[in-house]
Design a protein around this ligand. Structure first.
Ligand code: FAD
Length: 412
């Protein structure tokens, strides 16, 4: 049994901690925040198994200038962040070529193919299966042209083994009666799942970890004490050094700083997204919906109806621009005309996104006993259980059923 320190207790960090604990290790999680806040809470809550096509796909990049010029559009860039974001963005744009799109999609699919079974097994282990809903997710298209533009990507996703049925707007409205009746078409994403509530999801995992003797310490990691190629302790803001035999960096978008203290670089942007949670939406909705043109999803949670999305590039210290959360609600009425939204709770989070949209799951190139688990972008909830299993195997030097070379930490 080794003592393992996991830095970051978001959905990815706590999933790694539980898997390592189940392998018999003594695990400590360091996180200065409350469980289930940040990116995980602001999310759309989908186990989005076929969301494998990278965000750099040409359709998105072509629309980017138009979106950036529209103050209510789904994409925003704070001018003060332009220089900081530029190197990341150039690499991102370099991944727009057709061959890169296909190869990245394959790499992500290798992971997401395991996501539902890993998540179910993981939740079963803790008696938490009821946190998952088995209802397909519906992606909406305003026009036939929009569907045709997406057709190639839908085919690519099907070729990779995922279940996607294209139906008419009317058929979609039969499945989900609260939906506007004038959508031209929809893709029913049969193999997706949704969590019942992303905050509770992470909180319950924290409880399961604590109930089995795991310790979460409210400490912020700032770097590592090292001896040659071995990390010995995490230095923390309070001055305490938390020692361990092995370490996992799973601090979401903040992982970049911890990694650079180890003497190597990862390309990671903390891309802001917002959520408005409507406690009294005035409609009954069963399926989670995705409205790509608006850049948001609408998910029924047990705590309310969540409208979540938007992609905003801003510096790590930038305050949220809550107008973007309000815009999401305005736009959601296009999808759900009966929506009555008198008040909303607003959340935001930073998706840890790499320029190739692939997560980072691998050993630190400069320290043999440190594993990096971050960069999950729009798939952190989807891949948390799978990542936990793969990190557990990496720490144990065990072969896993996924070749991890595509997700290496030294690929930047
Ligand atoms: C609008 C929106 C919609 C989304 N929809 C989906 C979806 O439908 N499906 C899906 O799979 N994903 C979705 N995502 C993405 C998902 O939310 C993220 O990928 C996921 O939350 C990342 O998890 P994480 O644990 O890596 O990071 P986080 O959730 O950000 O957690 C990181 C943790 O590390 C802690 N931390 C930070 N710095 C330090 C430090 N120095 N020391 C110690 N601890 C530290 C933080 O306090 C935090 O608790 C969405 C995200 C957004 C914003």
């Amino acid at each position: 049994m080794a003592k393992i320190v996991v830095v970051g207790g978001g959905v990815v960090g706590i999933s790694c901690a539980l898997s390592l604990q189940a392998d018999g290790h003594d695990v400590v999680v360091l996180d200065p925040g409350e469980p289930g806040e940040g990116a995980s809470r602001a999310s759309c809550g989908s186990i989005a198994v076929s969301e494998v096509v990278p965000l750099s796909k040409p359709g998105t990049l072509r629309l980017a200038p138009k979106w950036l010029l529209d103050p209510k559009g789904p994409l925003a860039l704070r001018p003060a962040s332009l220089l900081a974001v530029l190197p990341w963005f150039l690499r991102f744009a370099g991944n727009a070529r057709g061959d890169r799109i296909r190869s990245i999609s394959r790499d992500i699919a290798l992971l997401t193919a395991h996501a539902v079974s890993d998540t179910e097994d993981f939740l079963d282990r803790y008696g938490l299966r009821s946190l998952l809903r088995e209802v397909p997710v519906i992606q909406l298209f305003d026009s036939k042209e929009e569907l045709e533009k997406e057709r190639g990507y839908l085919d690519l996703r099907r070729d990779l083994g995922f279940q996607i049925d294209v139906v008419s707007g009317n058929e979609a409205a039969e499945l989900e009666p609260a939906l506007a009746k004038d959508f031209a078409a929809a893709a029913v994403l049969r193999d997706w799942r949704s969590v019942v509530d992303p905050k509770r999801y992470v909180v319950e995992l924290h409880k399961a970890f604590a109930a089995r003797g795991g310790e979460v310490r409210r400490l912020k990691g700032t770097g590592f004490n090292r001896q040659e190629r071995q990390a010995r302790a995490v230095r923390t803001q309070s001055g305490e050094a938390v020692t361990g035999d092995a370490f996992v960096i799973a601090a979401g978008a903040a992982s970049k700083d911890l990694v650079s203290d180890l003497g190597f670089t990862i390309q990671l942007a903390g891309v802001i997204g917002y959520q408005s949670l409507l406690k009294a939406p005035g409609i009954d909705q069963t399926h989670a919906l995705i409205y790509g043109k608006g850049g948001f999803g609408i998910t029924p949670y047990e705590s309310g109806l969540a409208v979540a999305g938007s992609v905003e590039f801003a510096s790590a210290s930038a305050a949220p621009d809550w107008r973007r959360a309000d815009i999401l609600v305005e736009r959601a009425r296009r999808v759900l005309p009966g929506l009555t939204a008198r008040s909303a709770e607003r959340y935001f989070g930073r998706r840890p996104l790499t320029p190739d949209t692939k997560p980072i799951i691998g050993r630190a190139p400069t320290a043999d006993n440190v594993v990096v688990a971050t960069g999950h972008g729009q798939l952190g909830l989807t891949l948390a259980a799978t990542t936990g299993r793969l990190v557990r195997d990496l720490v144990a030097n065990r072969r896993s059923n996924v070749n991890l070379s595509a997700y290496r930490a030294d690929r930047f």
